[in-house]
Design a binder for this molecule. Structure first.
Ligand code: AKB
Length: 322
């Protein structure tokens, strides 16, 4: 039985992770938390929710104590593009929030999942088949907070014995909750625009290759890593994991298999393009495969089929509502 706290539970990952853990965790409690209130009735009625600012050390401690939390998934953070617009806020939330959560994990002996990202790499990292252990000198504030976060999580494990674990997520693709302010968000928006308007203007160049993953694989990865036997883990923070990599041109071609008249054009945003150019073209995730059995289920064609079907249902429901 696990008593779980999820921060940032209303975000792109948190909203799906909360529901998955609630389905799975029959006896323990899964407490969702965020700095806004849930509006989706299905989410709201599925379990406890706490209005919780991750910078509020006192309240975080109270919630962890009250629910006897033994596992925390810390997802409250700013993403790369918005972090570059507001670097001071990104530092404060990403680092301050992680520090608060690590301290709560230390004091109350909870395990902690911390999501790092392909954003932790930088222009001097080998961009093809990026190794697990390599040069990490990111240029974005988001990347700086991710590398620092990985190191801080390792420190809390080595120094205080906190069971910290994490992955470096690629771009995550899903349709249930919108991503908020990332560089890889185009790979979600393209499906909505393709189904609604049959055209999409992309802010990244046609040949920008990035690692990506369909959300069900990401949810499975988090749960599998947190449940893995600790004795098999040589790394902890954070494992490279990926499921596919593609360029906007390749994704558009895949979408055209369902919507032949779909057209893509480009209006490049220099900030997001600069960030994307400093990230891997594709990562080597063999350490995760070896140490805890990571294996994705969705490739480009499986993900595209699932996204077309899911987004089509949402668009049809929107049209019925008027
Ligand atoms: C972003 O684009 O900022 C995120 C990420 C890859 O970490 N999706």
């Amino acid at each position: 039985m696990k008593n779980i706290l999820i921060t940032g539970a209303l975000g792109q990952i948190g909203s799906e992770l909360t529901m998955a853990l609630r389905k799975r965790n029959q006896t323990g409690v899964v407490v969702a938390s965020d700095i806004r209130m849930p509006t989706d009735p299905q989410f709201r009625d599925s379990g406890p929710f706490e209005f919780l600012d991750v910078l509020d050390e006192y309240r975080v401690g109270r919630v962890v104590e009250e629910y006897r939390i033994d596992t925390i998934y810390h997802l409250g953070a700013l993403l790369s593009a918005v972090g570059e617009k507001k670097p001071q806020v990104a530092w404060k939330i990403n680092m301050g929030g992680l520090y608060t959560i690590l301290e709560a994990a230390r004091q109350y002996k909870a395990a902690l999942f911390f999501p790092s990202s392909i954003g932790a790499f930088g222009p001097t990292t080998p961009l093809d088949n990026t190794p697990q252990d390599t040069i990490m000198r990111p240029h974005s504030m988001y990347g700086v907070t991710k590398v620092a976060g990985e190191l801080l999580c390792n420190y809390y494990h080595d120094r205080f014995g906190v069971d910290t674990r994490g992955v470096r997520f690629p771009g995550l693709i899903s349709y249930q909750t919108e991503p908020g302010g990332g560089t890889t968000d185009y790979a979600v928006a393209i499906f909505f625009e393709a189904l609604k308007h049959k055209r999409f203007t992309c802010y990244l160049k046609p040949d920008t290759s990035l690692d990506m993953m369909y959300m069900p694989d990401a949810i499975r990865a988090m749960i599998q890593l947190m449940e893995a036997d600790a004795s098999g883990l040589k790394h902890r923070n954070a494992f490279n994991i990926t499921a596919m990599h593609f360029t906007p041109t390749q994704l558009a071609a895949e979408i055209r298999k369902y919507i032949p008249e779909f057209a893509i054009d480009y209006d490049v945003d220099p900030i997001r393009q600069g960030i994307a150019d400093s990230w891997p073209n594709y990562m080597d995730d063999s350490a995760a495969r070896r140490e805890w059995g990571w294996a994705p289920e969705y490739d480009l064609s499986g993900m595209t089929k699932a996204m077309i079907e899911g987004v089509a249902r949402l668009v049809a429901a929107e049209m019925v509502k008027g």
